[in-house]
Design a protein around this ligand. Structure first.
Ligand code: EPU
Length: 443
């Protein structure tokens, strides 16, 4: 049943939260297990909806998945896979974008794959043209049908020379998951090099793949005939860590994020320090808190790794509503990731959106009709309001704003946040927030 979250804001969040494996790695590691001829073991698996979706999709393809959810352990046995009914795939895929990554592994295993219409957060058009183009280059035949895409490899899959128009994370993963068992050598130029990609490469290497990453964003994969299983501990979720860090700043709180890794947060931590946040790193995690002085405005541009990640943008915009002066945020990864600012404006924030590339470098959205730059003037006193969650990161950012705001906020659509934030209600409560959860009344 749909839930209604009521938040009495204005209390600093204080205490410890634990982050486990990255939402943007774990489901892909699970898909990689399909490529093996032996079982795999994955650790640090969070209880989030994207993991449930992939668990179900693997199960209907014959993979035996055993899971100790509390411990975060999962074993995946792909020794008896088969094709699944289209209607079943459609039913289990939910609104996730992960099904597209089943293409290569299923073609290697079963000769074919079916991809239902894809979901994911509504933060732009989110096309899959790069995915389909690289798959065609490997020799796949793509057949668009009314309810999805049927894809097959009647002549097998062969390594190819590829170049992405933009360093897409998903398309790079698509190439990796397809090339490792394709015949011959694949060379991918302009690849994404996010930490989650490196972790996926580590998994594939354990399975027997031969993959080289060059400094110029080129990845070379030498296809092999057979892959075994892997035993791997997923890297921590750097996006969840950054979200809690922003929550500490905005609520003037103090949060220790157990499990956060500094290595994958360099660009975030630089920005955090410049705006006035403090942090302290130890072997187990990172403590984040408000430095006590007026927060500083800044000019920020999202980018592919190693730049400031787009998923950090939304929580950071909430923090910038509290900075003293004018900040500029230029979103260069997704064309439509500022929709969440509408609710912030209703809460009292001063934010103007612009079609121009403001701040620094022109991006690929500059000549098009997208509101992809934001000018934020602060500080603004935020007041509680009624919010319907628009997307994963935007939704969490609304929670942060509501937790800092004066008065009461009611939040619907919080199920979206379960896609990527494990036990977030319990965590917020554990940090001392004044919240209440009840059944939402039908509109
Ligand atoms: N793009 C295309 N065509 C394609 C693929 C991508 O034009 O075929 C464009 C996208 O529209 C976007 C850009 O390329 O403008 C980058 O998209 P990318 O493929 O890198 O994103 P993704 O793989 O779909 C993952 C994460 C996102 C994260 C991005 C960028 C997962 C499941 N999702 O998406 O995470 O923002 O990489 O790092 O890994 C989130 O966690 O909230 C989230 C949206």
């Amino acid at each position: 049943m749909a839930k209604l979250l009521t938040i009495q804001g204005g209390k600093p969040l204080q205490g410890t939260v634990k982050v486990r494996g990255a939402k943007n790695l774990v489901p892909k590691a699970m898909v990689a297990s399909l490529l093996g001829s032996e079982p795999s073991e994955l650790r640090n698996v969070p209880e989030i909806r994207d993991v449930e979706i992939v668990h179900n999709l693997l199960t209907i393809h014959g993979v035996k998945v055993d899971r100790d959810s509390a411990a975060g352990h999962m074993t995946l046995d792909p020794r008896e896979t088969y094709s699944a009914e289209h209607s079943q795939i459609d039913a289990y895929a939910g609104d996730s974008r992960i099904p597209i990554l089943f293409c290569g592994p299923l073609m290697h295993k079963n000769g074919e794959a079916f991809i239902p219409d894809l979901g994911g957060c509504r933060i732009g058009d989110r096309p899959i043209n790069y995915h389909l183009e690289v798959l065609r280059n490997f020799g796949a035949v793509v057949d668009k049908q009314p309810n999805g895409i049927h894809i097959s490899a009647p002549k097998g899959l062969k390594g190819a020379k590829l170049e992405l128009p933009y360093p897409s994370v998903g398309a790079t993963e698509q190439v990796l998951l397809t090339a490792v068992l394709a015949e011959g050598i694949t060379e991918l130029k302009n690849a994404a090099v996010e930490p989650e990609i490196h972790d996926l490469i580590a998994i594939l290497q354990q399975m027997g793949a031969i993959i080289t990453v060059y400094t110029d964003r080129t990845i070379r994969i030498e296809g092999v005939n057979r892959l075994s299983g892997f035993k791997h501990r997923a890297i921590p979720d750097r996006n969840e860590a950054a979200s809690w860090a922003s929550a500490a700043l905005v609520t003037e709180g103090d949060i220790y994020v157990h499990g956060a890794a500094q290595r994958d947060l360099t660009a975030f931590l630089n920005t955090y320090r410049k705006i006035g946040g403090e942090f302290e790193v130890d072997d187990e995690g990172i403590r984040f808190w408000h430095g006590g002085k007026a927060l500083q405005p800044l000019v920020l541009e999202t980018d592919v790794h190693p730049g400031f990640m787009t998923d950090w943008q939304q929580p950071m915009v909430v923090a910038l509503t509290q900075a003293h002066g004018v900040s500029i945020v230029h979103e260069t990864v997704y064309e439509n990731r500022f929709g969440f600012t509408e609710a912030l404006k209703r809460m009292g924030a001063s934010i103007q959106l612009h079609r121009e590339c403001l701040g620094s470098n022109p991006c690929r959205f500059g000549q098009r009709n997208f509101l992809h730059s934001a000018v934020i003037s602060g500080p603004s006193e935020l007041k509680g309001t009624d919010i319907n969650v628009p997307d994963l990161r935007g939704g969490f950012s609304h929670l942060i704003a509501a937790l800092a705001a004066q008065g009461t906020s009611t939040v619907t659509g919080i199920e979206i946040i379960n896609r990527g934030y494990e036990h977030f209600i319990d965590k917020i409560e554990g940090l001392g927030a004044d919240i209440d959860i009840s059944a939402a009344l039908a509109a």
